[in-house]
Design a protein around this ligand. Structure first.
Ligand SMILES: C[S@@+](CC[C@H](N)C(=O)[O-])C[C@H]1O[C@@H](n2cnc3c(N)ncnc32)[C@H](O)[C@@H]1O
Ligand code: SF4
Length: 379
């Protein structure tokens, strides 16, 4: 089956920077951002002309940062450019990430009118103390208000939550999960807090002011989430993502996990694309000004272009694909990468109960050990 193609648009600005976040983000100081929209539009065209052959988009995702800070007119210009350069396949998923602190009903209404059909809201927690700890600039009430608007205007809505906060006990998380499930959403992303280098949380951790939860407790919280979501028919289809049905799954994120192709535009965006039959790792300049300069000088914003070896390609596809509960199609995986998995490692991991083969799909049996399983498969 030929690979699908998605377009990721990174919008780096946020109202403020959360202490746990290590995404490529900048504080929005209210300056004019049209220069960046212009650069993104030129970059989209620059990517389209570098394709081996014209290919239409299965998905388009605005991520960040906080792309809900874009004006509707800016989103409109970007969508026009993408449609004109690539074309949209029928039923294309067009998604956008939003922060409840920024969003009002009218703005969701105008985004939906432009064709955005999936909204992902960063609620993080419904507990005021937890939100304060996470440095969020919205209350639970504001988050719920934004969610009401989202459900009113978008056919598909997802919400992000973070668990595994210092001191969080299974009964705290269970209570939160009950509230989360009562929202009746069709898609949830439940992320375990990770302390990332160069964040405020990492600094506090180094100073002894923040103690991350122990691994065993994290595993208990993860299991709580699996049990509670399964009771509500919201099983995980990926390590951190839950959906009520196949149609509620994120088309764009599936493209990453299934090893399809995607182009990344905007500062600090990553892409994976086959150019002349070889899988390329692509990344754009991170600073908005550097990115805009590269686009105007080179016709695209790429800082890094690295041809992956078949073995590197295979490794990446396994690490991502094993995150999926359905797993990855073994023959297609090797075919696309142009490299083979060691039969010996595969048999040993299957015999040890870490992997199983189900109708040609290779599946990890222990989702929390996926990275270790992948590295043993590849050693
Ligand atoms: C780009 S942000 C979402 C949109 C929006 N900027 C917001 O924060 O509401 C993507 C999601 O990644 C998750 N995230 C970011 N950093 C994380 C970390 N260190 N640990 C766990 N989850 C994290 C959060 O749940 C966040 O909503
Ligand atoms: S979590 Fe969202 S709002 Fe906070 S800094 Fe990261 S991208 Fe920005």
């Amino acid at each position: 089956m030929p690979a699908l193609l998605g377009l990721y648009i990174h919008w780096p600005y946020c109202s403020h920077i959360c202490p746990y976040c290590d995404f490529n983000v900048r504080r929005d100081r209210g300056r004019d951002t049209d220069f960046l929209v212009d650069a993104i539009i030129a970059d989209i065209a620059g990517n389209a002309i570098r394709m081996d052959e014209p290919r239409a988009l299965t998905s388009l995702a605005f991520g960040g940062g906080t792309p809900s800070r874009l004006h509707a007119s800016q989103i409109n210009r970007i969508l026009d450019a993408a449609e004109c350069s690539f074309g949209f396949l029928p039923g294309i998923e067009i998604s956008l990430e939003a922060n409840p602190a920024d969003n009002q009903g009218d703005c969701f209404k105008s985004f939906a009118a432009l064709g955005i059909n999936r909204l992902s809201l960063g609620i993080q927690s419904l507990n005021a103390q937890e939100l304060q700890f996470l440095g969020r600039d919205h209350s639970p009430k504001e988050a719920l208000r934004a969610l009401d608007f989202a459900v009113k205007h978008f056919s598909s809505v997802s919400a992000d939550f973070i668990y595994g906060l210092p001191g969080q006990q299974p009964h705290h998380w269970q209570e939160s999960l009950q509230e989360i499930m009562a929202l009746g959403l069709e898609h949830l992303s439940l992320y375990c807090l990770s302390i990332e280098p160069r964040t405020v949380f990492a600094k506090r951790h180094k100073q002894g002011l923040l103690t991350p939860l122990e691994d065993d407790l994290v595993a208990d919280l993860y299991q709580c989430a699996q049990n509670m979501t399964a009771e509500h028919r919201m099983n995980a289809y990926e390590t951190s993502n839950h959906a009520a049905s196949i149609s509620a799954r994120s088309v764009h994120n599936l493209l990453y996990w299934q090893g399809d192709d995607w182009i990344g535009v905007g500062p600090g965006a990553h892409g994976r694309l086959s150019i002349q039959g070889q899988r390329q790792e692509l990344a754009t300049y991170c600073r908005p000004q550097d990115y805009a300069k590269a686009v105007s000088e080179n016709g695209w914003g790429i800082q890094l272009q690295n041809a992956l070896t078949p073995q590197q390609d295979l490794a990446e596809r396994i690490v991502l694909g094993l995150r999926l509960r359905d797993g990855i199609h073994l023959e297609q995986l090797q075919d696309r990468a142009g490299a083979s998995i060691s039969r010996k490692n595969l048999s040993e991991l299957i015999a040890g109960g870490f992997l199983r083969l189900n109708n040609h799909y290779l599946q990890a049996t222990k989702p929390l050990l996926v990275d270790r399983i992948a590295s043993e498969l590849l050693c």
